[in-house]
Design a protein around this ligand. Structure first.
Ligand code: GZL
Length: 333
């Protein structure tokens, strides 16, 4: 509110001519009828309610930064942002608040795939378009969202498995898997993609458990794996943060990560790329978190009544240790 108060004070002090030149930087609350709010002079801000999963990983922090950097007032947006601390009930109540506020658009990154039908129905009933970023949902609601912007997680799992087969097939590798958040699209799809890719090779997944995408979760699960198994050759971690937790557990057990036990992860955040460049990881499949610009464009087009692509697939690269050394200096996140 301070921002709006300040804006009103500043605007009140300006001459009428300047005010006209500025264009109505609307500090009025979003239109109550859930309308798109931009039917007025076209210079009004587009009000957006965004529900973020949480702040569980380096990827999430980079994703949040990208969204906040794109949905700024100078870019024509009024952003309400909430962090759900990885709890679906917090996301659902945040979305309900945005509906009650009558924002122009709701966007969110669903922490898990299911359980969204009721709130998606409510947003639809209020005439508020919904955009999904990062993760998909399973829903029976017709036309529940206008677009889903994010990576192909099955492909990320497959690229991880294909590289593992290329490098290690024929050596009878025993694999342990650090899964992402149970029920989340990336955890479900990455596991599927990896399993399909190693089918027919002699790599065998001997244990798999969720570390909830956090470094601490990855460390604790890896400690359990090291206690239960004395023949682990490879860790497949669904994100860098859990892989970095596994590095701590492997080193604490007196072994050398990247050599005694190989590590393949997904994301490609700075800390992960640094571990890869240092030889503690062996391969990373990137999952680009910089979704803000695409989200801003989809919202602007939606409010303007233009068609938007229902599915926007983010392009991802992959890196081995040499690739990480070359790419690290220019990484944006
Ligand atoms: C992927 C994203 C995942 C990342 C994790 O798009 O949902 O969640 O891979 C993050 O690092 O926690």
């Amino acid at each position: 509110m301070a921002r709006h108060t300040f804006a009103r004070t500043t605007l009140a002090a300006l001459s009428a001519v300047t005010l006209l030149a500025l264009g109505a930087c609307s500090s009025e609350p979003p239109s109550s009828d859930g309308g798109d709010g931009a039917e007025g002079g076209g210079d009004e801000l587009i009000s957006v309610g965004f529900s973020q999963v949480g702040a569980e990983s380096g990827w999430r922090s980079a994703n949040t930064m990208s969204i906040k950097d794109a949905l700024t007032e100078e870019n024509g947006f009024e952003l309400s942002f909430s962090d759900a601390q990885q709890k679906q009930e917090n996301q659902i109540s945040a979305i309900r608040n945005y509906i009650a506020q009558g924002v122009d658009v709701i966007a969110f990154s669903p922490v898990v795939e299911t359980g969204w039908d009721a709130v998606l129905e409510e947003a639809k009933g209020a005439g508020i378009p919904v955009v999904l970023t990062d993760r998909a949902v399973e829903t029976t609601v017709e036309d529940a969202y206008v677009s889903f912007i994010g990576s192909d997680f099955v492909e990320e799992g497959a690229r991880s498995g294909e590289w593992a087969v290329e490098q290690y097939d024929g050596e009878g590798y025993k694999v342990v898997e650090l899964q992402g958040t149970t029920g989340s699209a990336p955890a479900i799809d990455r596991q599927q993609g990896f399993a399909d890719a190693i089918e027919g090779s002699d790599l065998e997944v001997i244990d798999s458990q969720t570390g909830d995408f956090t470094r601490d979760g990855g460390k604790k699960v890896m400690e359990g794996f090291l206690t239960a198994h004395d023949d682990i050759d490879l860790v497949f971690a669904h994100n860098d943060d859990m892989g970095l937790g596994a590095v701590e557990a492997i080193e604490a057990a007196g072994m050398t990560p990247g050599e005694d036990i190989k590590i393949i992860t997904i994301d490609g955040v700075k800390d992960g790329m640094a571990a890869l460049a240092e030889g503690k990881f062996n391969y990373i499949v990137e999952c680009n978190p910089l979704l803000g610009p695409d989200l801003a464009e989809v919202i602007q087009k939606t409010v303007a009544g233009e068609d938007v692509e229902e599915r926007i697939v983010t392009q991802d690269e992959a890196f081995d240790q040499e690739g990480a050394k070359e790419a690290l200096p220019d990484r944006q996140y």
